[in-house]
Design a protein around this ligand. Structure first.
Ligand code: ADP
Length: 205
């Protein structure tokens, strides 16, 4: 396949609600949501890659770029093979990847980014509370410990937020992460439905 995958990026710090919004969007026919963290968490923890994932994520650090792209691309290919993701018909909603400029540069060969949805966070303290709540609910080893959470914010500021400058300013849509899930979803849909309509035929005919 030579065509690049038509993609919208969900962008924002841990706890901004990318996962919640991604799942909602992924429930809509014509949108396929992929979260890199979820993809990593499907790895067998006893496998070489699974062990490496836990080694980095339990410290709040990014997994090395080469492994990240490899695991992501393998996953994409499997989704295409099983027709869960049909690139001719589906807008790809990526969440958590790319996470730094190097990943974005490599991925530019695979994806055509049509829009970047930047979920702007309320404030770090509010998000630490959100993440701790999630850790209790979902058993996430990287969210239970406040020091690890704070490290993830530092990594976001240092490695991920510079990505915003990598994309053209007119491609970025800033949305406050403060509202209810329904309010935030409405704003995201306002931003991406026109893009979807411009690039894809209606899947329901
Ligand atoms: P959150 O959105 O809460 O930060 P994720 O579920 O997206 O968490 O990711 C969990 C962990 O998986 C990250 O802390 C990191 O170790 C690893 N990870 C996920 N995506 C990437 C990526 N694109 N590059 C490197 N590491 C990643």
């Amino acid at each position: 396949m030579t065509d690049r995958l038509r993609t919208v990026l969900l962008f924002g710090p841990p706890g901004a609600g990318k996962g919640t919004q991604g799942k909602l969007l992924g429930a809509i026919p014509g949108f396929v949501h992929m979260a890199s963290g979820d993809i990593f968490r499907t790895l067998d923890r006893e496998s070489r890659l699974g062990k490496k994932f836990v080694q980095y994520s339990s410290q709040g650090l990014l997994v090395p770029d080469e492994m990240t792209i490899e695991v992501w691309r393998d996953y994409v290919d499997r989704q295409i093979e099983t027709q869960v993701y049909r690139p001719a018909f589906d807008l790809l909603v990526l969440d958590g990847i790319p996470r730094n400029v190097v990943q974005a540069e490599v991925m530019a060969g695979h994806v055509q980014v049509l829009r970047v949805i930047h979920l702007r966070p309320p404030g770090i303290d509010e998000m630490v509370v959100r993440l701790k709540g999630r850790a209790l609910k979902e058993g996430r080893h990287d969210d239970a410990d406040e020091a690890v959470i704070r490290r993830r914010f530092e990594v976001y500021e240092k490695e991920t937020s510079p990505l915003l400058a990598y994309y053209d300013a007119d491609m970025i849509c800033d949305i406050s992460a403060l509202g209810s899930p329904a309010e935030v979803l409405q704003k995201i849909l306002d931003a991406i439905v026109p893009i979807y309509s411009a690039h894809f035929a209606n899947p329901l005919g």
